[in-house]
Design a protein around this ligand. Structure first.
Ligand SMILES: [Zn+2]
Length: 465
């Protein structure tokens, strides 16, 4: 059980008054410490968002925590995230500055051709630097929201949870001079009872960016939502999202063609009704008559637990680990090409150090020897499954207890980079990770879900008012 020291007290997120204790510590300017590795503690900070209080790790301290601690951050050698540190995002004082390779505004009269951002299959070194693409921004937010970190027991997620987690993750992130939340549009959890208020808040937000292509140009918004339907209609395609039943987005014919070209895999998985959700992120403008028009889009398929996956082999591993109540991290590529060997998951409940899980799929162009060489170059233990030679999942390393926290030390090994794309920085990117107290308890009943959803949505929307 996670424990934190606040002044003389030792507290746990499981206790009912945890948030009240955070609030009084916040008011008394007391800094909490995470006790995952013993009494000395790792400093944390308290953040106030939407009138609520969250305990989060300090920037650049992710690796000081024990493997499996909610504030632990994976070694940088594993994630495509490390490639973007210093170029796609930088830490400054109390905020993270994001640099994007796509526009969030459009000059008056300009109407760029719609583009579906490809899976960022670009060389690792680009002339314009390594900025966040739509895909790597989505990966970054999924990581920061803690959605790639499966906590094992008692974990339940729904759109309300995902929405609030992403909202908290966007806090203290800036794009140019603006808070990312200024651009982010996450559909409120929809209920019939509150449909009028929800539509009202949305109309107000959309009306503020609705433009006539005059000399002031357009501001764009960034939607992240689950796709319900993409159907041919009129001059293009109508994109319907869950929780936005009364507000279809228009996708022009050319954009749809590019979507099929670049995201054929995701579209096939969705058409084939693979278990889970299809997430679309994209920039959009609002036409003078109020129609949201998608400009650039990216797709990502996630499991029922909202964990991203690329194929049925990765899904099989997710389903097995979830059923066995294991704790693990899903590793995302960000801008790294699919040919670069990378583990797919990290087991975080096998003793003190993580175990890298490699799933070799038909799509990966890296051959077995290449992946084996890369995995062996790391100082961390690894496990590999090649479904082409073993249809059945090989035995996964079992749960191992951690050694005594008083004597354990945080992993300090930094092995040789496994690809040339990995910078040689010795420290980890850190960051404002997800808070350790969970955003919203997963509701038990539909009625409770709707009450929570509307309460949460109201608090989130008030930030944009
Ligand atoms: Zn910790």
């Amino acid at each position: 059980m996670a424990r934190y020291s606040i002044g003389q007290a030792t507290v746990s997120p499981d206790q009912p008054d945890f948030e009240q204790m955070l609030q009084s510590a916040y008011n008394s300017k007391l800094r909490p410490n995470c006790l995952c590795l013993g009494a000395s503690g790792v400093p944390m900070y308290i953040s106030q968002i939407n009138g609520r209080f969250w305990l989060k790790r300090m920037p650049d301290t992710g690796r000081q925590h024990a493997t499996g601690c909610a504030s632990w951050e994976m070694p940088e050698e594993f994630s495509g995230r490390s490639d973007l540190y210093g170029s796609g995002f930088t830490y400054e004082e109390n905020e993270v500055k994001l640099r994007l390779n796509f526009p969030l505004s459009r000059r008056g009269g300009q109407s760029p051709p719609p583009t579906a951002k490809a899976n960022a299959e670009k060389p690792s070194v680009q002339a314009d630097g390594k900025r966040l693409t739509l895909r790597s921004l989505l990966h970054y937010l999924w990581d920061e929201a803690g959605l790639t970190n499966w906590p094992g027991k008692n974990a339940r997620r729904n759109w309300t949870f995902v929405n609030e987690s992403l909202t908290i993750a966007a806090d203290q992130k800036t794009v140019k001079q603006d808070n990312l939340q200024h651009y982010l549009f996450l559909p409120e959890a929809w209920t019939k009872e509150h449909r009028e208020e929800i539509a009202g808040r949305r109309r107000e937000r959309f009306a503020r960016i609705s433009g006539t292509d005059g000399k002031n140009g357009h501001q764009l918004l960034l939607v992240i939502a689950e796709v319900k339907d993409i159907e041919q209609a009129g001059m293009g395609f109508r994109t319907v999202f869950y929780h936005l039943p009364d507000c279809p987005f228009v996708m022009e014919q050319k954009l749809h063609e590019r979507l099929l070209r670049h995201f054929g895999k995701e579209m096939r998985m969705w058409t084939g009704k693979q278990p889970g959700h299809m997430i679309l992120t994209g920039t959009f403008s609002v036409s003078p008559e109020g129609t949201p028009m998608l400009e650039e889009v990216c797709l990502m398929f996630v499991s029922e637990e909202w964990i991203p996956y690329d194929n049925i082999y990765e899904l099989a591993i997710i389903q097995k680990l979830v059923a066995e109540k294991r704790t693990f991290l899903r590793i995302l590529r960000y801008n790294r090409p699919t040919a670069a060997p990378m583990p797919t998951f990290l087991l975080t409940d096998h003793g003190n150090d993580p175990v890298a899980l490699y799933v070799l799929d038909a799509e990966s162009s890296a051959d077995v020897a290449q992946v084996e060489a890369s995995a062996s170059a790391s100082s961390y233990a690894h496990w590999m499954w090649n479904p082409r030679t073993h249809g059945e999942i090989l035995p996964i390393p079992a749960v191992l207890p951690r050694t005594d926290p008083a004597t354990a030390v945080a992993p300090t090994r930094v092995s040789a980079p496994t690809t040339s794309a990995i910078p040689t920085r010795a420290t980890l990117s850190g960051g404002f990770a997800q808070p350790v107290n969970q955003p919203i308890p997963a509701p038990q009943t539909t009625a409770q879900a709707e009450t929570l959803a509307s309460a949460s949505a109201a608090s989130i929307q008030s930030r944009f008012a």
